[in-house]
Design a protein around this ligand. Structure first.
Ligand code: HEM
Length: 239
């Protein structure tokens, strides 16, 4: 008869927190790759209306005739949605385990002299959980605004370029994107570092320094790239 000790249970695949962290990291990296491509694509707005709308149309004809119209875009959407779900479910399971292991005290369980309140800083847990929620709400708002065009503050249009320029000409639309990008920046800064650490890259002081530099670099490129179109439109440089 096989005796299941607690240690044995923890090391089973479903029960492994290490595996959950790794799965979460891989899903996060898929989303970071999407963000890099999306940010780069948005910069086409600086090439004018025709170039931007052409680019949006090409996204739908990608892979034809092997794939049907919009097929590649739907594959991307499914991969993205799966990554978001895996990332969120793994995060929730890890949070639940941490709460259970610390009898509800969570991230405040370590005493420290660094914080005036005498407990471990909750910066990372705060930005990751609440920041993640803000990003999730933003993505829903963003899809309703620029993809489905249900919310059309700058006027509904068939042209993705016009939707973008119309929207970001309004100060509060631009401001709402700036707030979301701040949350995304904080989430990415910690998340990129944490993802590579979860995959075993944090193996010494030098590596840790490089991982931190990489996290700052990726975050800066993504956030600056995303900031450029709304700010350029808001300040009348793109019309
Ligand atoms: C200021 C920054 C951003 C701008 C200007 C922007 C612009 C756009 C535009 C124009 C579309 C519609 C593309 C089309 O239908 O042809 C779109 C779609 C989308 N954006 Fe953004 N975006 C920004 C930031 C973000 C961020 C930060 C995320 C994720 C956290 C994101 C996620 C998405 C997703 C998931 C889609 C839907 C893709 C699809 O299924 O068609 N975007 N974005």
């Amino acid at each position: 008869m096989v005796v299941r000790t607690p240690a044995r249970r923890r090391s089973s695949i479903r029960g492994s927190s290490v595996l959950l962290h790794a799965v979460m990291a891989v899903a996060g990296i898929v989303m970071v790759l999407f963000l890099l491509a999306h940010m780069y694509g948005n910069l086409k707005v600086f090439s004018g209306a025709a170039a931007f709308d052409d680019y949006a149309a090409h996204l739908r004809t990608l892979g034809e005739p092997i794939l049907p119209h919009g097929g590649a875009l739907w594959i991307l959407r499914i991969v993205l949605l799966a990554s978001v779900l895996v990332h969120v479910v793994a995060a929730f399971m890890l949070w639940h385990r941490m709460r259970a292991a610390t009898t509800g005290r969570g991230g405040r369980r370590y005493a420290t002299k660094k914080s005036p309140r005498g407990v471990q800083r909750t910066y990372a847990s705060f930005t990751m959980r609440w920041g993640g929620l803000v990003i999730g709400l933003f993505v829903i708002y963003h899809l309703l605004h620029l993809t489905v065009n249900v919310i059309a503050p700058g006027g509904a249009s068939d042209s993705p370029y016009q939707r973008m320029v119309g929207g970001f000409s309004i100060w509060w639309v631009t401001l709402s994107y700036l707030i979301a990008l701040l949350a995304l920046g904080l989430h990415l800064r910690h998340g990129v570092w944490s993802a590579f650490a979860s995959l075993g890259a944090n193996t010494g002081v030098r590596r840790r320094r490089h991982l931190n530099q990489l996290a700052y670099l990726i975050t800066t490129v993504i956030i600056l790239g995303f900031l450029l179109p709304p700010l350029a439109i808001q300040f009348g440089m793109v019309t």
